[in-house]
Design a protein around this ligand. Structure first.
Ligand SMILES: [Zn+2]
Length: 210
């Protein structure tokens, strides 16, 4: 495999770029990364959490599983996943400045993020703003951005009550997920501010066959 791109993405910022069919995107991180893809030839055709869950028959994805589009196209296949401490999330949307403020207004920072925060510790923006900015050059309105595949965001979900518990479980060391494009795509992600653990920079690499 030949590396065709390598970029360092600062914490709490966004990235977007093209993926050709057959290329593999490698996301290397120690905190949550909100990742999504759109059909490069029809940007209205987007990654879909619900279709992805139904297609794979489960809510936790790993090696061999596929990312599906709204119209049930195979968008991507996970070809490697070295996150052994936990799982990736397919329930949640994007964090945002407004989301953090709402939690503060309602006195629920402790409940969601496991401790109280000083005002200057609460990020003024999150994945919503990061992905909006990353996709703005492609004329994608923020309200049209689908809920992402939240890499390295380990959740505990009670199978009986459906209760979702946010956790502090993240990779102990830089850990990668490799996902192969099954068609030409526009990829985007946000290096989440990841309130419970503190967001960290993300490295992205793209590989193609020699
Ligand atoms: Zn986030």
């Amino acid at each position: 495999m030949k590396k065709v791109l390598s970029e360092h993405v600062p914490a709490n910022s966004g990235w977007s770029g093209d993926l050709k069919k057959g290329q593999i995107i490698r996301i290397i991180a120690m905190s949550t990364v909100d990742f999504l893809v759109l059909d490069r030839d029809n940007l209205r055709e987007r990654f879909d959490q619900a279709r992805t869950k139904v297609y794979n028959g489960k809510i936790f994805l790993s090696t061999g599983d596929k990312l599906m589009s709204r119209d049930n196209q195979h968008f991507m296949t996970i070809v490697a996943d070295t996150f052994e401490e936990g799982t990736h999330d397919l329930q949640k949307g994007m964090c945002s400045g407004r989301r953090f403020q709402l939690a503060k207004e309602e006195g629920r920072l402790q409940e969601y993020y496991h401790r109280d925060y000083r005002d200057d510790e609460i990020p003024d923006h999150g994945c919503w703003e990061n992905l909006s900015g990353a996709l703005a050059p492609y004329d994608i309105a923020p309200e049209d951005i689908p809920s992402p595949f939240n890499l390295f965001q380990h959740m505990i979900i009670d199978g009986k009550t459906g209760l979702m518990q946010h956790t502090n479980i993240r990779p102990d060391a830089p850990t990668n997920v490799d996902i192969r494009a099954e068609r030409d795509l526009l990829a985007a992600f946000s290096a989440c501010p990841d309130m419970p653990v503190g967001g960290k920079p993300v490295d992205v690499e793209i590989y193609e066959e020699d």
